[in-house]
Design a protein around this ligand. Structure first.
Ligand code: BES
Ligand code: MN
Ligand code: ZN
Length: 487
């Protein structure tokens, strides 16, 4: 499906060849490409500027019928993401056109200001991630993903990077798995079903999995988590996935928010805010898909996925604003708002994981607050950590994968805002301002471990319009990021 090859254009078989071109610099040294580009640039409409495109048909010495010239813009401004998105968007258009086999030409190793390994990686990623369709609920499947995507490069690089396509494919399949889960409608992934699906898939990959049922959660006194599930006809589940290779030195726990539908509960959300709340399990999807992926990659550290799964619904049994529950850690929590449910399920999962696994590091991923979307928009996640080193690792991994993370603070004095008159702490801050921060501070009261980070993915977990390499729906944000830091 995904290939790195070296072959002449007169011999290669493909529906189309794609040749990225800069407006102000030649990024190839092979004569074959230079003369093709000269020919394209003779046309008025093509200069190689960003989003310029021209197609030349039936060229002599080129076996495929079409050569598509794609403008990259200015040389100084191109980077791996330029290629990732250019290839991703091209693939999405190729799917529309019904192509099945296409070839991208990679730039020359020594001309770019970026390591060729990163460029090839980004090209392969853009190809794999753009080649995804979620049409499970369409009777007629109008389009098919491409069958073969190749990147053309020099023979020595094909040898040097011979394991790259398979690795990228494995990681991107993790992203696509998470996307599919997030895009699945909420009636088809209620906690019993979603937890079973995770467990079945994980067991196939030889991961150790345990699904803790609601009766057991009651015995464990996970009352904060159970308070969220109380209003639903569906019962809560805690999924534990273990990747425990022999000789592992460190233990890392990943926690993912799994609210399969967030109606807000008794603090019911208004229409307009409800329709996409199937995505509120994107943290869970990212963590589950990451564990399945790292098992395939053979990561050396011990990694535990802890995934609380509930549905947040209103009913006669639902938790009320004003209720007080005793969390797994023993602290009492006043529930000021039933729509601030993510933090309730996360604290029990985090406390349980720390007690049981004594990890060095805990990272949680959650579609936690609308405030984070207001602050950072739809494409950037908020990172909170008291540990500078861990925060920086995540931010660098975000730059590399382009799953961007921006650090936000955990100011001690803001803890004033989550004090309760009646209980030890309250799930709703006394001010609406700084909502992403007060949510993170609430978690920090339970994350008693030397290295903890919280990633608020409420913005980037889902795309309304679709992006260069992600169609509308779940984005799978977090899988590539986590694989990068774990590798
Ligand atoms: N799941 C939502 C956060 C969310 C909002 C995710 C928009 C994706 C897009 C979360 O459970 C929530 O409802 N948060 C409230 C908290 C408030 C009641 C303190 C919010 O952000 O408004
Ligand atoms: Mn909510
Ligand atoms: Zn929620």
């Amino acid at each position: 499906m995904l290939h790195l090859i070296s072959v002449g254009l007169s011999k290669v078989k493909a529906d189309a060849i794609f040749l990225p071109v800069c407006e102000d610099k030649m990024i190839y040294s092979k004569k074959e490409f230079i003369s093709l580009i000269q020919e394209a640039k003779e046309l008025k409409e093509f200069k190689g500027c960003k989003s310029d495109e021209v197609i030349l048909y039936n060229l002599p010495e080129v076996r495929p019928k079409r050569v598509v010239f794609l403008g990259l813009g200015k040389f100084a401004e191109i980077n791996p993401e330029t290629f990732r998105s250019l290839i991703g968007s091209s693939i999405q258009r190729c799917i529309q056109k019904g192509f099945s086999n296409i070839l991208f030409v990679a730039p020359d190793e020594n001309i770019l200001n970026h390591p060729i390994g990163l460029i090839l990686e980004a090209m392969l990623e853009g190809g794999c991630l753009g080649n995804h369709i979620f049409d499970r609920y369409k009777k007629e499947k109008k389009h098919k993903p491409l069958q073969k995507i190749s990147v053309l490069t020099a023979p020595d690089l094909v040898t040097k990077y011979r394991f790259l396509p398979a690795r990228i494919k494995t990681i991107c399949e993790g992203t696509l798995l998470a996307r599919n889960w997030v895009s699945t409608p909420p009636n088809e992934k209620r906690p019993e079903q979603f937890s079973c699906e995770i467990a079945d898939l994980a067991r196939k990959k030889k991961l150790k999995v345990r699904v803790i049922q609601e009766s057991e959660l009651k015995k464990l006194k996970m009352n904060a988590m159970l308070a969220v599930a109380a209003g639903s006809e569906s019962s809560a589940r805690l999924v534990i996935m273990e990747h425990a290779p022999i000789g592992a030195k460190k233990t890392i726990v990943l926690v993912g928010k799994g609210v399969t539908f967030d109606s807000g509960g008794i603090n019911l959300k208004p229409s307009g805010s409800l329709e996409d709340m199937k995505m509120d399990m994107a943290g869970a999807a990212a963590v589950a898909a990451t564990l399945i992926t790292i098992a395939k990659l053979g990561i050396k550290d011990k990694v535990i996925g802890v995934i609380p799964i509930v549905e947040n619904m209103p009913s006669g049994n639902a938790t009320r604003p004003g209720d007080i529950v005793t969390s797994y850690a023993g602290k009492t929590v006043e529930i000021g708002n039933t729509d601030a449910e993510g933090r309730l399920i996360l604290i029990d999962a985090i406390s349980y994981a720390i007690k049981k696994y004594k990890p060095e590091t805990v990272i949680d991923l959650a579609t936690l607050t609308g405030a984070c979307v207001m602050a950072l928009g739809e494409k950037i996640a908020g990172v909170f950590s008291p540990d500078d080193e861990l925060a920086n690792i995540l931010i660098s991994a975000g730059e590399k994968t382009f799953e961007r993370c921006w650090r936000l603070p955990l100011p001690e004095d803001y803890k004033e805002l989550i004090k309760s008159d009646w209980a030890d702490i309250k799930n709703l801050a006394s001010s609406r301002m700084g909502g992403a921060i007060t949510a993170a501070l609430f978690l920090s009261e339970f994350a008693e471990v030397s290295k903890w980070a919280h990633i608020d993915i409420a913005g980037p977990a889902f795309t309304q319009k679709g992006t260069a390499y992600c169609p509308k729906g779940g984005t799978g944000f977090g899988v590539r990021l986590l694989c990068e830091i774990l590798k």
